[in-house]
Design a protein around this ligand. Structure first.
Ligand code: C5P
Length: 232
């Protein structure tokens, strides 16, 4: 899979999601299903979106003991998603367990991506609540290296971190980056943003775009604009 735009379908129900996806009569976007939609609708929503011809990033951010994560990943691998993820904070044994669970009998598996430090965590809360004293950018790079050494395929990170992650972990280690906004668009609650073109320039492999597409007056045109800036 090459560079692509992933549309964050942050909807509360299957109906809203299908109303949105029905607009895409041409190219079928790569879709991110997060906790809200998955917990509302269950695994059937994944099967239904897949059956409509979309690739799927299932963003459930698993974090538990290795055996539990391994078994949960085995269930997710049967859903035939293309990308899924976990928290690198679960440590190496959990990430290796996840890979074992995710791998199908024929040796294929979805891409497995690590979340490093959530962007909602800052230096102060990391030191105070997690007792991690190192600078947060070093922590993020250390988590990325640990994920790579465990055999994972990449990390979710800010587009501003993509270049550094590639320097530290190699060009083939994937970076999936939210926080993308059009130059003339609303930033909303995202703090550190880049345009699709800037994300391409810095080397992001996938961008995850939600509201600039889902809340646009013409979502298909907004999606095509992202593709034109980031992929083509
Ligand atoms: O609407 P917006 O483009 O801000 O959506 C970005 C998507 O990426 C949302 O699904 C959000 O939960 C997700 N995300 C993020 N920042 C992170 C990790 C995930 O915005 N650090």
């Amino acid at each position: 899979m090459g560079r692509d735009v992933i549309v964050a379908c942050d909807f509360a129900s299957a109906q809203q999601t299908f109303d949105f996806l029905d607009k895409f009569t041409g190219r079928k976007p790569f879709v991110k299903i997060g906790m809200e939609l998955y917990y509302a609708e269950g695994p059937e929503i994944v099967r239904q979106i897949k059956a409509r011809g979309h690739k799927i990033f299932l963003d459930l951010k698993l974090h538990d003991i290795p055996n539990t994560v391994k078994k949960a990943m085995a269930v997710l691998s049967n859903l035939d998603v293309d990308i899924t993820n976990l928290h690198a904070a679960g440590a190496t044994a959990m990430m290796q367990g996840a890979l074992e669970g995710l791998t199908r009998p024929d040796g294929t598996r979805p891409l497995l991506i690590a979340v490093t430090q959530l962007t909602s965590t800052d230096q102060e809360s990391m030191e105070r609540d997690l007792l991690i004293k190192e600078p947060i950018d070093q922590v993020v790079m250390h988590y990325a290296k640990t994920a790579k050494n465990a055999g994972l395929d990449g990390v979710v990170c800010s587009p501003l971190e993509s270049g550094k992650v590639h320097d530290v972990c190699g060009k083939d280690f994937l970076t999936i980056t939210p926080g993308v906004r059009f130059a003339d668009g609303d930033v909303g609650d995202q703090k550190r943003v880049m345009t699709p073109a800037q994300a391409k320039e810095i080397g992001s492999d996938y961008i995850v775009v939600g509201r600039p597409i889902t809340a646009a007056a013409d979502p298909v045109a907004a999606y095509e604009r992202c593709v034109a800036e980031f992929v083509d």
